[in-house]
Design a protein around this ligand. Sequence first.
Ligand SMILES: [Zn+2]
Length: 307
Amino acid sequence: MPPRKSVADKLKKPLQIILFVLFFAGGTLYYFIIGETKAPGFGSDVADYEVAGIEFHFLDVGQGDCSLILCDEYAVLIDGGEYENGEYIVPYLKDHGVEKVDLMVASHRHSDHIGGLTAVLEQMPVSEILINPDGVSEDVDSLAEEQFLSVAQEQEVTMTIAEVGTVYDFAGLHLSVLSADAQCAQENESSVVLLAACDRTTALFTGDISEETEKSLCTSGKIADCDILKVAHHGSNYSNSDDFIRMVSPEYAVVSCAADNAYGHPGAKTLDRLQNVGATLYRTDQMGTIAITCFAEKTSIYINGKD
Ligand SMILES: [Zn+2]
């Protein structure tokens, strides 16, 4: 006859099962609630990064693009407007404690994007350049491209041609190239599309892509909700398609363009689509330079240095 079990012994097994179920359910809940919200929509590889704060600056360079990401002691500069915009960009960088650009991204080779980068290269150390592929497109701004490449060569800066899957990590800031098509006929479409992600924020930089590239991004499975969108091609109606904007569904949308520009940027349709997804719109033509700083406690917006 087996020895009689005490009440405590009888309860041991069910208790173990309950504890196991609770542990499993708790872990699953943690993954879905905490794990998923850390980096919404962009996979678990960015969930482990933690940074004290990250800053996204959108510099007013008139009809052009110029974005700056500051994270820890690292500086990433994406595009630089026209050459003369260097007069504004270089002091701006220095005022924000930047003595060296760790990564300079030339989204594509038109003068309103790489012109000012040439000026920055002439005046400041740059560790590496990431540039779109020199593909089959023929509408390249050859003079601006030539000047940029020749200064980069003079300064002996490492040049990396972007391709899908190129990644960088800077102290909690994870950058990945989502598109950089060498086969498109239009230079704009070959823009480097860059996703910047840290533990609490994601920002998407789209260069001057239009609907064609947006369509392939939508079907690629790489696009999901993000916090900040640098609106494509200065807000053109031929970019920022409904499906793409819905998929990105940004909280903050930044349009970089000049007041009363000849292209009618930003287009009314683009503005409607952004409004439909509830994005808060910021425009350099109306507000000047915009900075979005994301810290654990709060996100602050600075318009021309004032919040
Ligand atoms: Zn442009």
